[in-house]
Design a protein around this ligand. Structure first.
Ligand SMILES: [Zn+2]
Length: 360
């Protein structure tokens, strides 16, 4: 940092106006930044709770960059980069002040913190042995703002399946950034963990991803879960979950993913034909999502939307859910109109709200 800039940042911290000369002569912590009186209080102020996708993480904020922040998780001392958007305004101000304070008074004691950027050197992929029959595959994916390091821990005998999943992961994160316009919103490095016997097929958000045994959780599950890095907590579930399935499906087709036997398209279409217009069939916005009937109807619905309005409409809905937590029925009507639909109810009826099916 240039000296002139240093003085300007230090001056911003002053409670009373000081000339640059005075700042240089009286570098006392109390006069300039009364909050940072001792190393302990300083550390205390830099420990923050990040709320991500329902979990709380206590982290020490290390450095705020232009687009990302470096933090250290207290529980295991692991360092991550997180998007700046994960910090509150107050946290951002505090860390920026602390940085400026340190740059001026304690430049030697500052931790060297380098940010990963899209132009950072990309390491080679590596596989390392872990305990209990696991191994970890580490891959690097150059993204909009960073080089994303993905660490995938799986049972070593599943190496072949794991390789397919990491190959797909390389594609989907690049595509999801492009579809939503939102730079990777998760932790970097990002962990994927195979948990054989896990009750669900998968679970993911900005912090990490869990996959059931890789015989059950295949490429479609990974592509679905990766959507949740962008739309975690996005509602309603016919959009959040429905799009995770459908966007994941588009990626499967694009990259020749292998569908598992339980995922075959002809099977869910046959299932839909069986229960459409029975008491199992409900308008998607009017009942809590279920992973059998709701999920099937959702796939059919989003395929229809793609046929009517094209991929861009699908991405627009995904982008909405990635930037705002809720996509209401009215938001959906507005998006339909934006894509040229003159009668949104023609689409909504039967599918999303009560009524007869007007579009099939
Ligand atoms: Zn999901």
């Amino acid at each position: 940092m240039k000296k002139a800039t240093l003085l300007i940042t230090a001056a911003i911290l002053c409670s009373a106006p000081l000339t640059a000369q005075e700042v240089l002569e009286q570098p006392t912590a109390t006069a300039v930044a009364p909050h940072f009186v001792s190393p302990e209080s300083l550390l205390k102020q830099r420990v923050h709770t990040l709320r991500l996708d329902g979990s709380k993480y206590r982290v020490e904020l290390l450095k705020v960059g232009d687009v990302r922040t470096k933090v250290k998780r207290i529980s295991d001392q692991k360092e991550f980069e997180i998007p700046l958007s994960m910090l509150s305004k107050k946290q951002k101000i505090l860390v920026t002040e602390w940085q400026a304070y340190n740059e001026f008074y304690n430049p030697e004691g500052m931790a060297e913190t380098e940010f990963l950027t899209a132009s950072s050197k990309v390491d080679k992929d590596i596989i390392t042995a872990d305990t209990d029959g696991y191994e970890v595959s580490t891959i690097n994916i150059p993204l909009m703002e960073t080089v994303l390091k993905v660490q995938f821990k799986y049972k070593h005998k599943k190496r072949a399946q794991a390789k397919r999943l990491t190959d797909l992961m390389r594609h989907v994160v690049v595509d999801y950034e492009a579809m939503t316009g939102v730079p990777f919103p998760g932790l970097n490095p990002y962990e994927i963990l195979e948990i054989p016997g896990y009750a669900n097929l998968g679970l993911a958000g900005p912090t990490d991803m869990w996959l059931c045994g890789l015989d059950k959780a295949g490429e479609w599950v990974l592509a679905h879960e990766a959507v949740h890095i962008w739309n975690a907590g996005g509602s309603p579930s016919w959009v959040g979950e429905g799009l995770a399935d459908y966007v994941g499906y588009l990626e499967m087709i694009k990259y020749d993913g292998v569908f598992l036997e339980v995922e075959l398209r002809e099977d869910y279409i046959a299932f839909w034909n069986e229960f459409q217009n029975t008491d199992k069939d409900y308008p998607l916005s009017e009942k809590k999502y279920d992973y059998t009937y709701g999920a099937t109807k959702n796939m059919i619905f989003w395929e229809l939307m793609n046929k009517e309005y094209g991929d861009d409409f699908i991405y627009a809905c995904f982008a909405h859910n990635a930037t705002e937590s809720k996509l209401s029925n009215d938001d959906f009507r507005d998006l339909l109109k934006k894509f040229g639909e003159e009668e949104p109810e023609r689409i909504m009826s039967g599918w999303i709200v009560k009524g007869a099916y007007l579009l099939e």
